[in-house]
Design a protein around this ligand. Structure first.
Ligand code: HEM
Length: 447
């Protein structure tokens, strides 16, 4: 432990040690995190100045303190706010303080369980159409297909978007290119001057503007339309601030819709891809899943009731997100000096919480590298406060209900139609804003 006058930090590595590893950290920081958690403990620090430290943790009590119990003293860092909003706008994910709270209060009702339940039919239709003609009997990079599926589900069920397939794919491609670039900017701050003079920054800002223009066109078309869609977009247009009675202006609408596209598709696509890969590796679990889906869909149940019964399917999704949490890391900065467990940290300290490592911390999880959905079947069997796929506290994911419905429907529809196999041994991770796989090759056979 490092004691500095009144401050006490966890064991640290120097910034030189960090820079020494800079290139491999840029490609994939997870092995670096793993190495130092093993060496220095569940929370370690990188010393970045005489009096400045960055902390990284996989400790459940610290995560809970920062996200829930002591959340008032923590806000999202510049990485998640200033840098992300430069390209993605100032929506729920990227705003903070009073502005964020006002937006969250305004938008939250649209994500109420009952509202999301009304979207189930449209979600199911989109999923069925997307999986109908997947290529068979050849290794497919399943992530490409799940990405498209998840983007389409957001577009059709939240925004009942009536733009062409090619425009939709274009929008998806832009959003993904912009995200990849901003990760580069964050991970290579010393190269930012180079990105500027080579025109890469302005190129990506233009792309971001292009996606805003497409979204604006969707909003304008909806405003002209006399039809009621009962989707999120109708709600966003109709909703009014409590204090002023006014609606969001066009810029705010574009910001929020962009963020919902960004936050809502890639995370779900990653979760589905990892789940399908894990199923392909575990035929016995796949068989049990198939039997559950067959039994439930043979009963004449309302869609919401049906989803409640998919208990084993949910356990599979939860276990996949434990091993491969799509939102694999988050960060906060403390607003005032704080004491957390044995540490006393200075105001302004940056703390990363690695959900990936928390979910595999051997202190809390038995055989953490083993895919075992059973642990989620009995509520008291797993440590709930060491499991945060959707975050926790006031900034917890607004789309959790939507995502769970979507994933249960997608996995059950897929398993009813196909069986999955893979010959790939290892998962190569590509941790950007979200935890993506580089490639997951799965072969589908029709049942
Ligand atoms: C498997 C799918 C998903 C995962 C794993 C996931 C995970 C997360 C996590 C961990 C956070 C909190 C980040 C933090 O505290 O720093 C978050 C926030 C958020 N998510 Fe999700 N998410 C998923 C799907 C969705 C969907 C489908 C939507 C919308 C359609 C969505 C919209 C958002 C928004 C707007 C926020 C910011 C909330 C706020 O700060 O008020 N997410 N998500």
């Amino acid at each position: 432990m490092h004691t500095q006058k009144k401050y006490r930090y966890p064991k640290s590595i120097s910034v030189l040690g960090f820079l020494w590893n800079a290139n491999s950290i840029r490609r994939n920081p997870i092995p670096f995190h793993q190495k130092y958690f093993k060496k220095l403990g569940d929370t370690f620090a990188v010393r970045v100045g005489i009096r400045r430290y960055i902390l990284l943790t996989r400790d459940k009590d610290i995560a809970q303190h920062i996200l829930q119990k002591g959340h008032k003293n923590y806000e999202k860092s510049k990485i998640q706010t200033t840098y992300l909003s430069k390209y993605l706008g100032n929506g729920l994910l990227t705003s903070k303080g009073d502005y964020w709270l006002r937006q969250r209060r305004l938008i939250q009702p649209a994500f109420h369980k009952q509202k999301i339940a009304q979207l189930l039919d449209s979600m199911l239709q989109t999923i069925a159409a997307e999986i109908k003609e997947m290529p068979l009997k050849q290794p497919l990079d399943i992530h490409t297909y799940m990405n498209r599926l998840a983007f389409k589900v957001v577009a059709t069920s939240l925004f009942d978007v009536s733009i062409s397939d090619s425009e939709l794919l274009h929008l998806q491609a832009i959003i993904e290119r912009v995200q990849d670039f901003l990760v580069k900017e964050v991970r290579l701050p010393h190269k930012n001057w180079w990105f500027k003079i080579t025109g890469q920054v302005s190129k990506h800002l233009t792309l971001a503007q292009e996606s805003r223009d497409i979204i604006q066109a969707i909003i304008e078309a909806r405003k002209q339309s006399t039809k009621h869609h009962h989707d999120l977009l109708d709600m966003l247009l109709a909703t009014r601030y409590e204090d002023t009675g006014e609606a969001m202006d066009m810029e705010q609408l574009i910001d929020e819709i962009t963020i919902l596209f960004v936050a809502g598709h890639e995370t779900t696509a990653n979760a589905l891809s990892f789940a399908l890969f894990l199923l392909a590796k575990h035929p016995e679990i796949q068989q049990r899943l198939y039997e559950e889906a067959k039994e439930i869909t043979s009963k004449p149940l309302e869609p919401v009731q049906q989803i409640k019964e998919f208990v084993y399917t949910k356990a599979i999704i939860e276990e996949s997100m434990r091993m491969y949490p799509p939102a694999w890391i988050t960060d906060r900065e403390c607003l005032e000096d704080d004491t957390i467990k044995d540490f006393h940290i200075r105001k302004g300290t940056f703390i990363g919480i690695s959900f990936y490592e928390l979910h595999r911390n051997p202190e809390y999880w038995k055989n953490p590298d083993q895919f075992n959905p059973e642990r989620f079947l009995l509520k008291d069997q797993y440590p709930t406060n060491a499991y945060y796929p959707f975050g926790a506290g006031p900034r917890m994911c607004i789309g959790m209900g939507f995502a769970m419905y979507e994933m249960v429907l997608a996995v059950s529809q897929l398993i009813l139609k196909y069986s999955f196999k893979t010959t790939q041994d290892e998962v190569q991770l590509n941790p950007l804003v979200t935890l993506k796989p580089t490639e997951l090759l799965v072969t589908l056979t029709e049942r």
